[in-house]
Design a protein. Structure first.
Length: 230
C-alpha cells in the first residue's frame, strides 16, 4: 500500500486532464454516501472520500458519475458497466473487474494493484498519471485507449486485442503480451519498454529507432540468436 500512496506525488499530470467542474454533467452530480450493491444503477452520483472493503456491486451500472479519492479493497465489480465516468485518486487493490464494460471514461492519478480485469471491454478510455502493478488485462478488448504518463509494472495483456492504443510518457516494465492482437498500437512515446514475454505479438505496433535498439537483445534472444564479440 505504501507504493500506491506515493503515486500522487511521483507522477505529474499534464494540462490535458479535466477537473471535476469541467465535466458536462458536473452540475447534476449528487453526493453518494450509501453502500455499493449489485445490479444497481448509479446515475449522476459523486462518490468522494470513501473506503469500501470487499464491496459486491456485480452487474451494476455507473452513468455520468464521478469517483474521487476512493479506495476499493478486494471488491467485486464483475459485469459492471461504466459509461461517461470520471475517476481521480481511486485506489483498487485485489479487486475483480472481470467482464466489465468501460466507455468514455477518464481515470486520473489512480492506482491499481492485483486487479483482475479479464475479458473486459474498454473503448475511448484515458488513463493519466496512473500506476498499475500486477494487473491482469488478459483477453480484454481495448479500443481508442490512452495510457498517459502511467507506470505499468508486471501487467498482463496476454490474448488481449489492442486497437488504436498509445502509451505517451508511460513506463512499461515486464509487460506480458503473449498471443495479443495489436492494431495501430503506438509505443513511440513510451519512456521505457520492457517486454517480459510475447515479443512476437508486437506485430501491429509502432516503435522508434531508439526503442528498437533497446529491444534488440530481447529480439535476438527470442529468435535464438547468440550475440558475441569474442
Amino acid at each position: 500500500m505504501a507504493g500506491l500512496d506515493r503515486v500522487a506525488g511521483a507522477i505529474s499530470l499534464d494540462a490535458m486532464s479535466r477537473a471535476l467542474v469541467d465535466l458536462p454533467y458536473a452540475r447534476r452530480l449528487a453526493p453518494f454516501d450509501g453502500v455499493l450493491e449489485s445490479d444497481e444503477e448509479y446515475d449522476n452520483v459523486h462518490v468522494a472520500g470513501r473506503e469500501f472493503d470487499e464491496p459486491d456491486c456485480r452487474g451494476s451500472r455507473f452513468l455520468e458519475s464521478a469517483l474521487t479519492e476512493v479506495s476499493i479493497m478486494r471488491g467485486s465489480l464483475r459485469f459492471t458497466r461504466l459509461s461517461d465516468v470520471w475517476l481521480r485518486g481511486v485506489r483498487m487493490v485485489g479487486t475483480n473487474l472481470g467482464q466489465s464494460d468501460w466507455q468514455d471514461a477518464e481515470l486520473i492519478d489512480s492506482a491499481w494493484s492485483g486487479v483482475e480485469i479479464v475479458s473486459a471491454g474498454l473503448r475511448r478510455v484515458r488513463f493519466e498519471g496512473c500506476k498499475f502493478e500486477s494487473v491482469n488485462f488478459r483477453n480484454c478488448t481495448l479500443r481508442e485507449v490512452e495510457f498517459v504518463d502511467c507506470v505499468l509494472r508486471d501487467v498482463d495483456f496476454a490474448e488481449a486485442a489492442l486497437r488504436q492504443v498509445s502509451f505517451p510518457g508511460s513506463t512499461l516494465l515486464r509487460l506480458a503480451v503473449d498471443r495479443a492482437r495489436l492494431q495501430n498500437v503506438d509505443l513511440r512515446g513510451a519512456r521505457t519498454i520492457d517486454i517480459a514475454s510475447g515479443l512476437d505479438a508486437l506485430r501491429g505496433a509502432t516503435i522508434n529507432y531508439g526503442q528498437l535498439m533497446d529491444l534488440a537483445p530481447a529480439f535476438a534472444q527470442a529468435a535464438g540468436i547468440i550475440v558475441s564479440d569474442d
